[in-house]
Write a protein that binds this ligand. Structure first.
Ligand code: ZN
Length: 520
């Protein structure tokens, strides 16, 4: 049984009826979260250690848990407990108090899951699974037309889904879909920030490409076991707690956590270049530090959960980019890498390693893109998925629209659809509104990092000595400890004093890349 002796926030509820309803609500949320955490552990195992032929059986186990979690989340008793709590001003008057946050967010989840008819949820699941197969086949032979019927079906169902969920009066259907990943975000808001970002970023990337120069590569080849010890040492310095987490290998790196004491990171290795594993591991470590930084007393409730995908991504990008691609980081890391990778403590020049880590070059594949061009891949996808959902762009016309925009923003002619509009799994899996969270993460990372540097003088001197605790603690206090107390935009305003904007990310990229490429 779940320990119900303490539901955080209940102590402020004087009315016995409210208190009872709130405690029942929290106990129920925690039980659903326990099941969800078990499901995510099975997912982790599937990617890291499960025997190959166990896939079918594992599928049944995961489907059963998903069904049970869904039943719990849509249990009609939740509505009653919520209504009791909502009717008591003691519970809702201060919107940032623990009970008010939990009630507000559990209401949001409940209403969202109840608004979708079971028949639509099932139709979406079938269409996504068929979409995935059609996408794989179409991508294998780079034949987009093979994917069109499945994509049309997925789009139609997503428009139905948006209609069931609803969107703000001045908004559009895309908003309803994106709300699942970045609560409260609207296409108009994304458009405002991305519109600010696009011209200067396209210009910066174009000026870099026009130099025709690239920093020299640095030899970071080493056996996988050796690389593994190296990346583990680096994230240990970042503060990732290996008594409360693990690092394993998977094809696509990810982080999953069911409790602050059990956070699973994965990474991947290339024998010829440790920088691949280093980048993936620092990125996933940033996600992991967020999960380890959530407060245990709130586990299983909104107050103990991450805010949004964008804020989650801001944590991973900050450790990967603002920290892991900084000159100060490489001042410390180059001798460590030289020694641990068996090359000699003085073999890797810190300045050369810094420059090599900041190579910027337009390329076709999003997941292989550098930190500057990456955002152009996302801006393109946002514009297209918005038009697809609105009905302004027909599925069959996607390749032409993609290729035309790609040429305009990245300056490259897309050679085939496998390296163009068929490269990502997201739309085939019915994930619309998801892509912008990656660039929102970059924007939040840059803005939060600027603030951290202001509040923590000498921060980068710490990095140069292998010390990262001040930044980790600052993020834990400013971001992790709040759970879902604030929305993403509000949290950003509270910490930095202004709404999210493109300025900090542009300033960060230009500040680094203009001198590095001699664009001055
Ligand atoms: Zn990430």
């Amino acid at each position: 049984m779940v320990d119900t002796s303490h539901a955080p926030g209940a102590e402020r509820l004087a009315n016995a009826g409210t208190r009872k309803a709130y405690e029942a609500l929290i106990e129920h949320a925690r039980e659903a979260s326990l099941l969800g955490g078990t499901a995510s552990l099975l997912g982790w195992d599937q990617e890291t250690g499960m025997p190959r032929l166990a896939a079918a059986h594992r599928g049944k186990q995961r489907a059963q848990l998903a069904r049970l979690v869904h039943e719990m989340r849509t249990d009609a008793r939740v509505d009653g407990w919520l209504a009791t709590c909502e009717a008591d001003p003691a519970c809702t008057a201060d919107p940032t108090a623990v009970a008010a946050v939990n009630v507000r967010e559990l209401r949001r989840d409940y209403d969202r899951s109840r608004k979708l008819p079971t028949s639509l949820v099932e139709a979406l699941a079938r269409a996504s699974s068929a979409g995935l197969e059609a996408w794989k086949a179409a991508r294998a032979c780079s034949e987009f037309p093979q994917f069109v019927p499945a994509l049309e079906q997925i789009l139609a169902l997503n428009r139905d889904k948006a209609a069931c969920l609803g969107w703000p009066a001045d908004g559009e259907p895309w908003d309803a879909l994106a709300d699942a990943y970045e609560p409260g975000i609207t296409a108009r808001e994304v458009d405002r920030v991305f519109g600010e970002l696009a011209p200067r970023l396209v210009s910066l990337v174009g000026r870099i490409a026009a130099t025709g120069r690239q920093p020299a590569t640095v030899d970071l080849a080493a056996p996988i076991e050796v690389q593994r010890r190296f990346v583990a040492k680096v994230i240990g310095h970042f503060g990732f707690d290996f008594d409360r987490g693990r690092l394993d290998i998977s094809t696509h790196p990810f982080c999953s956590g069911s409790h602050p004491s059990d956070v699973r990171l994965t990474t991947r290795f290339r024998e010829d270049d440790a920088s691949d594993a280093l980048g993936s591991t620092l990125h996933e470590c940033g996600h992991g530090l967020y999960e380890q930084g959530l407060l245990e007393e709130h586990n299983g409730t909104p107050m103990g959960s991450a805010i949004s995908l964008g804020i989650h991504e801001s944590q991973s990008r900050m450790w990967e980019n603002q920290v892991g691609r900084s000159r100060a980081f490489w001042t410390w890391c180059a001798p460590v890498a030289g020694e641990m990778l068996g090359k000699g403590a003085k073999a890797i020049d810190p300045e050369a390693a810094y420059r090599a880590a900041n190579r910027v070059e337009p390329s076709f594949i999003r997941v292989e893109a550098d930190e500057a061009t990456y955002n152009l891949h996302i801006l393109l996808r946002f514009g297209l998925e918005r038009a697809l959902i609105k009905g302004d762009l027909a599925a069959k016309d996607l390749p032409a629209a993609w290729n035309e925009r790609f040429q305009r923003s990245l300056g490259l002619a897309v050679p085939d659809d496998a390296r163009g509009c068929l490269q990502d799994i997201h739309w085939a899996m019915s994930l619309f509104g998801y892509f912008p969270t990656y660039t929102l993460g970059n924007l939040y990372a840059a803005q939060l990092y600027d603030q951290a540097r202001t509040e923590l003088p000498g921060l980068e001197d710490d990095f140069a000595h292998g010390q990262f605790a001040r930044l980790r603690r600052w993020l834990a206090e400013q971001v992790h400890a709040h759970g879902k107390r604030y929305g993403a935009g509000e949290l950003c305003r509270r910490i930095t004093g202004r709404p999210v904007s493109a300025g900090p990310l542009l300033g960060y990229l230009e500040g680094k890349l203009v001198p590095l490429y001699g664009l001055g």
